[in-house]
Design a protein around this ligand. Structure first.
Ligand code: 5GP
Length: 192
């Protein structure tokens, strides 16, 4: 998605540890027009898949997920991050290691919002090692709903998450694919 790549070039900052900071439009301040366009693109890509619900992880997945839900006219559920839980009977839970914070989180979704007849689209802001997506796939296994695909705003293609998702035979659509963040420079796959 050209508009997104241009915005990353203009406003993204490369931090150490192969982290791209995009607080200007996605992770802190949010650009609603860009988010709307992102939602429109995901909605087009999955228009024929009979999606019934979108799931994401709080907090940065919520903006792109809600804009996609708006245009597919389906509810959006965000998994909550909890450190520890005692009462988990009515919750689906999975463990996720945070890429940026290097901490372990438990993510949870209430059982009442997902059923085995749902056809779900997973949306997230970034894809690095795939921990967040695999946490949501673990919840899919528990709840027995189908995952129609995964939509990612910014895929860091040089990290293992993308290949791991594709290796599972799951459809992956990423709107910007980053080939490298070496030397503080953002290089896109599309630049090849
Ligand atoms: P993964 O679970 O695929 O290893 O990492 C994805 C999650 O970590 C995303 O939900 C995002 O919050 C965070 N993340 C991973 N890489 C980056 C990055 O380069 N920049 C930012 N801002 N967040 C990232």
């Amino acid at each position: 998605m050209k508009e997104l790549e241009e915005r990353i070039k203009a406003d993204g900052t490369v931090l150490s540890g192969d982290v791209l900071k995009v607080d200007q439009f996605l992770n802190h301040q949010v650009d609603p027009d860009l988010m709307f366009a992102i939602g429109q693109r995901f909605a087009q890509l999955f228009a024929d898949n009979n999606i019934t619900k979108i799931i994401t992880v709080e907090s940065s997945g919520i903006a792109p997920a809600i804009m996609t839900g708006l245009q597919l006219h389906v509810p959006v559920i965000f998994a909550r991050k909890h450190k520890s839980l005692t009462l988990t009977d009515d919750l689906y839970t999975a463990n996720v290691r945070s890429f940026t914070k290097q901490t372990d989180n438990q993510i949870t979704i209430s059982k009442k919002y997902l059923t085995s007849s749902d056809n779900v689209l997973i949306i997230d802001d970034f894809l690095a090692n795939g921990q967040a997506v695999f946490g949501l796939l673990e919840i899919a296994k528990q709840a027995k709903f189908n995952v129609a695909g995964v939509g990612i705003v910014i895929e860091k293609s040089f990290q293992p998450g993308a290949q791991k998702i594709k290796d599972q035979g799951i459809r992956l659509e990423s709107l910007a694919k980053i080939k490298s963040l070496a030397d503080g420079q953002v290089t896109f796959m599309s630049a090849e």
